[in-house]
Write a protein that binds this ligand. Structure first.
Ligand code: 9WN
Length: 520
């Protein structure tokens, strides 16, 4: 238990029945979203392959099938640009998703890939973190899985290095140690209050082509998504990228949004270290000018950049407005970037306590002690709006992963168990209302199902176990079933041991009924 953390936050282990139900349904969701060599981010709202989603999806699939997980990453790499950039969306087939390829018009860019249509911006570099976890699992299994995974690392090492080098050069030309992003979408946290001040300076012009949003048709309530005014700004930045012909230097000089993203930078540092580790272990990229040394140098530069961004008063890392030189003090989960890349043990301990303490996961209003996207104590906190407060399982996974890596397995396990408790109704929603626990956004979101599989496989940090696919759909968990399971055994993730009054209900969450939920 971390110092300063609420000891009553302990959440119990899922029962065997719950593990079976959850892993079965998570596997079913990923199977249903599988389109052959790639997985759609969600069946309705996001019917394409998204970059950072694919990383999480791959590590979830790896708990079941290492070859299929590697195919996911291979498929993503088929969209890599000649610059090294991995685009944020690969459009493998037509759909009603907006903005689609017609809006991105990447044909203006010489660096675009042949054979697949893509968007023209990128997302956080989570992929090598996923790959190193897949390799770790494959080695524990040994045999063909290990051989395949090691071959895959050899085959793709240069492609990952090119991706990281692109971020380290084209997106950090002045060596600040912070990756520059050109759109809120590149942060993965689209409408986070991190970007409010930047978007205040984004003014869509009348010559922007008109548009009709498609996303609102797929959610129960528009207030869960960014507003129309925000959307117009997103499309204006897209337009500016097209007009700059996707040339980063031209965009930097002409575009409205140029921000140093501390979370992307921390992920780049962590991923670069892991790539170097894999290179060393497999004897790839050796020598002074080799890929291993290049990766280490990228890791060092961006770790330094992240640590330099920390506000000594709050203990949180900050994004940097590269146009004004201003640090942005916003209490978003990105402030915990140093946990991801390490480098300062005292800061790691401080951030661990802060994260598990009453301003964050231990906040008295939270239904589950899971990482919220914005601190509930912040004036910017909104309960149900997208990245302005709701809990995103992938963020919780990232922080649990980071704590484990920093030698904090107990703290990591708390986040893991709380995360599993949150997912117990098996809706695998895109994000969760942090106060009521209600599911928000898309259902059957691939990366949420993947996180469930990974968390289940990591029942004890050193003893990951394989889980099995389910070949047909499971019945949805009903209140009666839940009551029976709860009565059958004391270990129940819906039960938060010793919850204090006012910290949300102590009983298991009831399944929600959503008007748009597809019948099972
Ligand atoms: C725009 C797919 C993606 C995630 C992002 C999330 C959301 C898209 C959107 O969905 O963004 O890229 O249309 O809102 O913010 O993190 O990768 O799941």
């Amino acid at each position: 238990m971390a110092r300063g953390a609420d000891p009553q936050m302990t959440v119990s282990q899922p029962s065997a029945v719950e593990i079976g139900l959850m892993s079965g349904r998570a596997g079913y969701v990923l199977r249903a979203n599988d389109r052959g060599a790639f997985t759609v981010a969600s069946p309705t709202l996001y019917p394409h392959m998204w970059s950072w989603d694919a990383g999480f999806v791959a590590l979830g699939i790896a708990t079941v099938s290492v070859p299929r997980a590697l195919d996911e990453l291979r498929s993503l790499l088929s969209g890599q640009w000649a610059t090294g950039m991995i685009p944020h969306i690969l459009f493998h087939s037509p759909s009603d998703y907006f903005p689609g390829p017609d809006r991105w018009r990447t044909q203006v860019a010489a660096a675009r890939p042949a054979g697949v249509l893509t968007s023209g911006i990128c997302q956080p570099p989570i992929h090598v973190i996923a790959l190193s976890r897949i390799l770790h699992d494959a080695r524990r299994r040994g045999g063909a899985d290990q051989q395949l995974a090691e071959e895959f690392v050899r085959e793709t090492f240069d492609a990952w290095l090119a991706w990281h080098s692109y971020l380290a050069t084209a997106r950090d030309p002045y060596s600040y140690g912070l990756v520059e992003i050109h759109h809120g979408w590149e942060s993965g946290m689209d409408d986070s209050p991190r970007w409010d001040s930047a978007y205040a300076n984004v003014h869509p012009q009348p010559d922007m082509p008109p548009f009709v949003r498609a996303d609102l048709a797929h959610v129960a309530d528009p207030s869960q998504r960014p507003s129309d005014a925000e959307y117009a700004k997103y499309l204006w930045l897209l337009e500016q990228k097209v007009r700059s012909r996707y040339d980063d230097a031209v965009y930097r000089a002409t575009g409205d949004f140029v921000m140093g993203d501390v979370l992307v930078s921390a992920l780049l540092a962590a991923a670069s270290d892991l790539l170097a580790d894999m290179g060393e272990e497999l004897g790839i990229g050796g020598g002074a000018a080799g890929g291993v040394e290049q990766s280490r140098a990228i890791a060092r530069r961006f770790r330094t950049g992240v640590l330099r961004s920390v506000n000594p008063e709050t203990g949180l890392a900050r994004d940097l407005d590269l146009r004004t030189g201003q640090w942005l003090d916003v209490e978003s989960a990105a402030g915990f970037a140093p946990l991801l890349c390490g480098g300062d043990d005292a800061l790691t301990r401080r951030q661990r306590d802060l994260l598990l303490g009453p301003r964050w996961c231990g906040h008295s209003r939270l239904r589950w002690p899971v990482v919220p996207s914005v601190s509930p104590a912040s004036p910017a906190f909104r309960e149900q709006t997208y990245w302005r407060g709701p809990q995103w399982p992938v963020l919780n996974w990232l922080m649990a992963w980071a704590l484990n890596r920093s030698g904090e397995p107990e703290a990591a396990n708390q986040l893991r168990l709380a995360g599993l408790s949150q997912l117990i109704d098996c809706d695998f929603a895109e994000y969760y209302q942090p106060v009521t626990g209600q599911t928000l956004g898309s259902r059957d979101q691939s990366w949420t199902a993947a996180i469930a599989l990974d968390f289940l496989a990591a029942r004890r940090p050193a003893q990951r176990r394989p889980v099995r696919w389910l070949t047909s759909e499971l019945p949805r968990i009903t209140p009666t079933q839940r009551a029976t399971h709860a009565a059958a055994g004391p270990a129940h993730p819906g039960h938060v041991a010793g919850r204090r009054p006012g910290h949300g209900p102590a009983t298991a969450p009831q399944p929600q009924v959503h008007p748009q939920q597809r019948p099972h």
